[in-house]
Write a new protein. Sequence first.
Length: 142
Amino acid sequence: MTDPVRDRHSMLSGLTPVLSEGIYVFCSVPRQDTSETLIKDALCVFKEEEGTTLVVSLQSARAHGFDTDMPMRRIVLGVYSALDGVGLTASVATALAEEGIPCNVIAAFHHDHVFVPEQLAEKALSVLHDVQQRAEVNAANG
């Protein structure tokens, strides 16, 4: 595996966004109510003071009776961004915000995962491809 990328311009030019299959829902349960089944089915689990946040498939959310009014799609940023890299999240969120697209970004160890409303997923993917192309042009122009 390659080394993680830290430089903002390199992270953006290597963005390589891919729209993943599946629809996800963010939900929260009291910390003491988190079942092993729910955690096992979750794409992501984050413990907060107010409760445990889970990112689960739409089907799992429905099966467990969660609110499914905000279905999200996940865009995986293919760049192996360093945990101490600066500017990737801000650049991605800003580009999407300028197009009126809300996002939730989860930075994992190898990649960043951008969750956007289902109906805006294709537009968000296009915006992120544009960000990458602009970064590539800027890098080529020095």
